[in-house]
Design a protein around this ligand. Structure first.
Ligand code: NAG
Ligand code: NAG
Ligand code: NAG
Ligand code: NAG
Ligand code: NAG
Length: 319
């Protein structure tokens, strides 16, 4: 087991190294058999890990027991026999854009030519919640099923920065709907401006909001942007066949497109944001350790299932 783990982490560090230093070279060869095979072996190892952790969790319920609306994150592309469970803050805009191309909602194959807001517009895709049970089982048994995951604290920080710190229209909307209520509930002497605009929620207030589970905030605490991936996609009840990670997004996306015979669509090669771990450390060090622990507890299953740890954030692993 130990040896196996080492094997996987060696492959991982290999990917990181190659990726960081000679990215042009590997880019040219990304679609070669060799790198697809390597990516597929990582994908299979991730599936095995998920299976192992799920067995240990020994859940007492099945897919039959959960309400239909808990399947609404699973988007359907029937023509490519493909299901994609989208997770906000994990490349979901680009993958929704791709889904638009695959399902014929967009003509061009240039992914970035599609306006982001269009990809997020309500009703754009069919999802599994409204599919009759027998048809749903057929899809789950026979289609490729993709999930892309990310370190939970990294995803959380990304959501905070994007929705509560930002000043885009979408951030303004969140500040108005959620920020104001967080300030009202968790700030001792808020200014009128803060109460009115909800524009300056601190990261600590955000963490308090998530961990206190106050009844009066129940409707926003379950927002998809900070819901654990486990609650959005049910990886113990649905056996995903393509498990990608944010860290290897490009390779994993190429594999997925290959698996559904859609290699004519190119996943956008965006420059990776730099300094992520610095940023993580900066924000999370503003929280006292008990609060970090409480926050970690909320995402404990995501951490275990997707094999992440807290080393790079608080300097040691809480698990
Ligand atoms: C890409 O892979 C092929 C073999 O599949 C190899 O001949 C070629 O040199 C590689 N190109 C680069 C730039 O590494
Ligand atoms: C899922 O489909 C239902 C029924 O068509 C729809 O009401 C709901 O908004 C969809 N959810 C998402 C997240 O797309
Ligand atoms: C597809 O392209 C044609 C011709 O350019 C255009 O008329 C049509 O509106 C496009 N359809 C969609 C769904 O974008
Ligand atoms: C804040 O609002 C209250 C009530 O509306 C008002 O009495 C007070 O003067 C306001 N304070 C400032 C600094 O504007
Ligand atoms: C993709 O192509 C292969 C080989 O032609 C075929 O066996 C497979 O069923 C296709 N998959 C989908 C989802 O169309």
């Amino acid at each position: 087991m130990k040896l196996y783990k080492c094997f996987i982490s060696c492959i991982l560090s290999f990917l990181f190294c190659v990726n960081g230093q000679v990215s042009d070279v590997i880019d040219n060869n990304l679609t070669t058999e060799h790198s697809l095979e390597l990516t597929q072996s990582l994908n299979l190892a991730r599936q095995e890990r998920i299976q192992e952790v799920c067995n240990r969790l020994n859940l007492k319920y099945s897919l039959e027991d959960i309400p239909d609306n808990q399947l609404e994150h699973i988007l359907i592309d029937e023509s490519h026999r493909f299901l994609y469970c989208y997770v906000p803050k994990v490349a979901c805009t680009n993958w929704k854009r791709i889904l638009m191309i695959l399902t014929g909602k967009w003509n061009d194959t240039d992914v970035l030519s599609i306006p982001a807001h269009l990809a997020h517009s309500p009703g754009m895709f069919r999802n599994l919640s409204s599919v009759p049970k027998d048809q749903r089982s057929y899809m789950l048994d026979n289609f490729q099923k993709m999930l892309i995951v990310r370190n939970p604290f990294e995803r959380l920080l990304s959501a905070y920065r994007n929705k509560l710190e930002g000043d885009t229209p979408s951030a303004k909307y969140f500040q108005d709907r959620v920020g104001r209520r967080i300030i009202k509930a968790f700030r001792a002497n808020p200014s009128n401006e803060s109460l009115e605009l909800g524009h300056d929620v601190s990261f600590r207030e955000f963490a308090l909001f998530l961990t206190s589970r106050a009844d009066e905030l129940a409707d926003v605490v379950t927002n998809e942007h900070w819901q654990p991936i486990t609650s959005l996609c049910h990886p113990c009840l649905i056996k995903y066949t393509l498990v990608g990670k944010y860290e290897t997004l490009l390779e994993d996306s190429v594999l997925s497109l290959h698996s559904i015979n859609a290699s004519h669509v190119q996943f956008p090669r965006l420059a990776h944001t730099s300094g992520t771990s610095d940023k993580l450390h900066r924000y999370y060090s503003r929280l006292e350790l008990p609060l970090v622990r409480k926050l970690y507890k909320l995402y404990k299953r995501d951490y275990a299932l997707f094999h992440y740890d807290l080393d790079n954030i608080v300097g040691f692993d809480l698990g």
